[in-house]
Design a protein around this ligand. Structure first.
Ligand code: ATR
Length: 284
């Protein structure tokens, strides 16, 4: 057990519930590996107490904290500064405490995109990407892709108005690169050949409804790289059928590690030991 002293910087995780979080072993393994006097501590907080807890953190020996469900949007009103990417995404998952000031970031999109690029060996710059969904995860990935210089993002979602809102936000706040297509077979068939990468950001296909797919998989061809932000099961129906066609596939496991790695770097200024973090999750 680590010896926690006066100089130790605490890094918290605020959310509710936190039982299934894997961030604690992952971050503590990274701090230990880099010989940093930091300690990661999960703190379950209910909505009514969030403001008080965040204020308290700014007055104590905290290096920062992560924020997870259900506080990622709510927390923003208690922060002193919000970085540009987090403000476009509209939520915060990482906070740095610097000179008693709280600065909010969002590393979720970067987590998925860097994991996709590392695992597939493909750079997103210049690519056309079909993004399925329009929720929180989709917002984070869309904003990151816009900054990564993709050629085009095509959004499709069950509720079209949400896709249109997200597209307008990206086009006006990040870069003009987003458009919306109807979420049906015929509309997708028309554009899918122009896409290099297909990413599912919805929960469709996750356990227990593992027979579901967010789009008709007959539309997918070998040239597509196919990603899914989920990882339970390891390979969703979308990924299994894409793999059968010979596509390169990637699931959401790497997103967890890479969003954490980016947060580690924000708190410490030290390059994250990604492999150590990955192993800490596997051995949990
Ligand atoms: P997260 O923060 O994980 O992205 P979210 O904000 O609740 O979660 O977003 C969930 C996304 O999955 C949405 O795009 C949602 O579509 P709607 O905007 O129409 O609600 C999509 N989604 C969830 N269940 C779905 C289903 N059964 N079929 C199609 N899309 C679904």
């Amino acid at each position: 057990m680590k010896n926690i002293g006066l100089k130790t910087k605490i890094v918290g995780l605020l959310g509710n519930p936190l039982e299934h979080s894997k961030s604690q072993p992952m971050q503590n393994a990274a701090f230990e590996n880099e010989n940093l006097d930091y300690f990661y501590l999960p703190i379950e907080v209910i909505k009514e107490d969030l403001g008080d807890v965040v204020k308290g953190i700014s007055k104590m020996n905290f290096g920062g904290f992560n924020v997870t469900v259900p506080h990622k949007i709510e927390v923003m009103k208690y922060l002193d500064e919000i970085d540009e990417m987090a403000s476009i995404i509209g939520s915060v998952n990482t906070v740095l405490v610097k000179d008693k000031k709280l600065i909010g970031y969002n590393t979720d999109g970067e987590g998925f995109v860097s994991s996709l690029e590392k695992e597939t060996g493909v750079n997103c710059e210049g690519k056309t990407i079909l993004l399925i969904g329009s929720g929180g995860a989709c917002r984070a990935i869309a904003a990151t892709l816009a900054y990564r210089g993709v050629e085009k993002i095509i959004l499709t979602n069950r509720t079209k108005s949400k896709a249109e809102d997200l597209s307008n936000d990206i086009n006006s706040k990040a870069r003009q690169c987003c458009e919306v297509v109807d979420n049906n077979y015929d509309s997708l068939k028309e554009i899918i050949n122009t896409c290099d990468i297909i990413i599912n950001t919805t929960s469709v296909g996750m356990y227990p409804k593992i027979d579901a797919s967010p789009i008709d998989t007959s539309l997918i061809t070998k040239k597509h790289i196919v990603g899914d932000v989920t990882y339970n099961p390891d390979k969703t129906k979308l990924l299994l059928e894409a793999e059968d066609k010979g596509c390169i596939i990637v699931n959401g496991k790497g997103m967890l590690v890479n969003q954490g790695a980016k947060a580690f770097e924000i708190w410490t200024g030290v390059k994250a030991p990604v492999k150590i973090m990955e192993n800490a999750i596997i051995s949990k």
